[in-house]
Design a protein around this ligand. Structure first.
Ligand code: SAM
Length: 282
């Protein structure tokens, strides 16, 4: 028996269900249930909350989330081999675990969840950033989720919390910091996983703010930031020419030097630029 529930240790689960890790699915499993329970605690108080988990694999984090008192967990897993192992967890927590065998990019989780909703996952590296961008750019704000507690490669985690002037600063930092409070809350070495990945990992906790830090139209801001960082070595007056022929006037109007590069410009200034472009379109 394991330390957090009455189910077998994860190593036994993997052997019983023949879950040899597949690289193509980004499978690096966490086998220490004390660690998965710790990650579940980093998601905050789970009692009374529904949790969406992407890529449960053999169920280490799933068990952590349930042991830490989640009201309900919806776990979406692409690998059909994992479903029997997950069914054993569902039997141990009657009515609390729903599993879907499918691609997280295609499933609408809202058909299965009730607010308040938290998202927690040790994300598959191949779809992690795409899912994060989707969760950060919903049609309406506040989003359907209260917080995201996500394991990434450390390099991606650093891009989410990066500050202006740093190499990691870019679109992901601005997108995340505009409407959430993102923090790196745990760093893990490769040995924490089986098989160990080549890089370090980190858990990022992002809390949804009730409203954006600075007003801006999401579409305009996204367009400006994407164009600015697409050509991050160019001066902004050239990098943003495609956004507006009068870009130099807009930059001057909001106090950004047209000769500046994107990585020197903070969130507040980008939002001011987006407002200027929206209010005075070319
Ligand atoms: N949560 C488990 C853990 O912490 O040990 C497994 C994490 S492993 C890094 C990523 C998991 O995501 C794998 O189980 C993999 O099969 C699954 N996965 C990969 N691509 C997926 C997708 N598009 N949709 C849902 N699950 C996916």
């Amino acid at each position: 028996m394991s330390t957090i529930d009455n189910l077998p240790p994860l190593r036994d689960v993997i052997t019983t269900h023949e879950l040899a890790a597949k690289k193509s699915l980004g499978q690096n499993f966490l086998l220490d249930l004390n660690l998965t329970a710790k990650i579940a605690r980093l998601a905050g108080d789970l009692t009374g909350a529904d949790v969406l988990e992407i890529g449960p694999g053999p169920g280490g984090l799933t068990r952590g989330l349930l042991a830490e008192g989640a009201r309900r967990v919806l776990a979406i897993e692409k690998d059909p081999r994992c479903m029997p192992a997950l069914a054993e967890i569902a039997d141990a927590y009657p009515g609390q675990l729903t599993t879907i065998n499918g691609d997280a990019l295609d499933v609408n989780p809202l058909e299965h969840l009730t607010a308040p909703i938290k998202i927690a996952a040790n994300l598959p590296y191949n779809v992690g950033t795409e899912l994060l961008v989707r969760w950060l750019t919903p049609p309406e704000w506040p989003p359907f989720w209260e917080s995201l507690t996500l394991m990434f490669q450390r390099e991606v985690a650093q891009r989410i919390v990066a500050e202006p002037g740093s190499k990691a600063y870019g679109r992901l930092a601005l997108l995340a910091q505009w409407r959430t409070d993102p923090r790196i809350v745990l760093e893990l070495p490769p040995e924490a996983f089986s098989p160990p990945p080549k890089v370090n990992s980190a858990v990022v906790h992002l809390t949804a703010l009730p409203a954006p830090r600075f007003p801006a139209d999401p579409g305009v801001l996204n367009k400006v930031v994407a164009a600015a960082f697409n050509q991050r070595r160019k001066m902004l007056r050239s990098a943003l020419k495609s956004v507006s022929p009068e870009i130099e006037d807009h930059l001057n109007a909001v106090g950004i030097k047209p000769t500046e590069r994107a990585e020197q410009v903070g969130l507040e200034a980008f939002c001011a630029l987006a407002r200027s472009l929206e209010n005075n379109p070319a």
